[in-house]
Write a protein that binds this ligand. Structure first.
Ligand code: PLP
Length: 379
């Protein structure tokens, strides 16, 4: 079955009690048992909820996985993956990733004795060189936020497998429409469902998808033991969002193409980071592992002062100045002071995330209007 059909029918069994075509929002904390220990597969809503189950089935299907698990946020999903580890274990992680992931690793988990080694994963030789007998997990994000760097998922999967480590890919930026890491050898896919899966900027949620049954059992145990589960209303919203993922993504890609090319030709714009340009340093891998290139991009101005960047950031009328991404509406963001403020400045600049960098999440409005808005803001 093709993606558009799978996405609409994924996890969509008519409700057994009424035939309702949409899975109801089962707003309940517990389930009445017929006798002690006898139930219909549902005991307590931290462990099981039918709305969440419908969503988790859909999550699995859209990533070509066997299992899906939903969490109360993207970072809660990441948190669950790290809880597979023990003190002394090592994680090889990308040096260019979502600021909140870096914060969780460095400020929360390091003190529990888990070691994180950050490398530039766009060159897989760096991943290989960082492997030790203690390597238990490799964590990559591709494309990266906000510099749109691409890592070869298949090559890193081979290295991880040989090292006896799990590979987890943060697939938030691509969404399952553009890229399916499980097909390329990853063990776990992580999503901030807050972004493209939800797609309407109205919910915070996270997801993990996997194929291995033991791994699913371990992660489910963490999910119910630690309790970072999403409520049924939020599950309903993401399930509803997923149904239009393919049409939204198609438009994000079309608009992304138009906006990226507009920026590139603008005399006041210096660099444009978008993985669909043929001269992007990792374009060949992007083309190989992604179906298209999406609507996320960032750019710098020829005037590299922070004032010039701030002027653009506060002059757009359609692009709203806000954190987050992947919603139907276009957003503009200043990574250095907003999404990536938790990364030390020196570390940021070393990785190319300069003070003047501006990030766009191109929405699904009319592309002409988006270009006009940027034109008047950039001058
Ligand atoms: C937003 C985001 C996260 C964190 O997800 P939340 O839902 O905000 O907790 C992780 N990774 C990437 C790439 C993100 O954009």
């Amino acid at each position: 079955m093709k993606l558009a059909t799978k996405i609409i029918h994924a996890g969509a069994e008519p409700d057994p009690s009424t035939g309702a075509i949409m899975t109801p929002i089962y707003q309940t904390s517990t389930y009445v048992q017929t006798a002690p220990g006898q139930n219909k597969g549902y005991e307590y809503a931290r462990s099981q909820n039918p709305t969440r189950k419908a969503l988790e089935d859909a999550l699995a299907i859209i990533e070509n996985g066997k299992y899906g698990l939903a969490f109360s946020s993207g970072v809660a999903a990441t948190d669950a993956v790290i809880k597979l580890l023990s003190p002394g274990d090592e994680v090889i992680a990308a040096n260019d990733m979502y600021g909140g992931t870096y914060r969780l690793f460095s400020k929360i988990f390091e003190k529990f004795g888990i070691k994180f080694i950050y490398v530039d994963t766009t060159d897989v030789a760096n991943v290989q060189a960082a492997v030790t007998p203690n390597t238990k997990l490799v964590w990559i994000e591709t494309p990266t936020n906000p510099l749109m760097n691409i890592t070869d998922i298949h090559a890193v999967a081979k290295i991880s497998k040989a090292a006896g480590a799990l590979l987890c890919v943060d697939n938030t930026f691509a969404s399952p429409y553009l890229q399916n890491p499980l097909d390329l050898g990853a063990d776990i896919v992580m999503h901030s469902s807050t972004k493209y899966l939800g797609g309407h900027s109205d919910v915070i949620q996270g997801a993990l998808m996997m194929n291995d049954t033991t791994l699913r059992e371990q992660l489910y145990f963490i999910q119910k033991s630690c309790g970072a589960v999403p409520g049924p209303m939020d599950c309903f919203l993401v399930l509803r969002g997923i149904k239009t993922l393919h049409v939204r993504m198609k438009q994000h890609c079309e608009n992304g193409y138009v906006v990226a090319h507009f920026l590139r030709k603008h005399p006041n714009v210096d660099k444009v980071y978008w993985c669909g340009f043929a001269d992007h340093p990792n374009y060949n891998i992007a083309k190989l592992q992604m179906r298209a290139f999406g609507g996320m991009m960032s750019f710098t101005l020829k005037d590299d002062s922070i004032e010039a960047a701030f002027k653009v950031l506060s002059s757009t009328k359609l692009f709203a100045l806000a954190e987050s991404l992947g919603g139907v509406e276009s957003l503009i963001n200043h990574p250095a002071s907003m999404t990536h403020a938790s990364i030390p400045r020196e570390e940021r600049i070393k990785n190319g995330l300069v003070d003047g960098l501006i990030r766009l999440s191109v929405g699904i409005e009319d592309a002409d209007d988006l270009v006009e808005d940027l034109k008047q803001a950039i001058g």
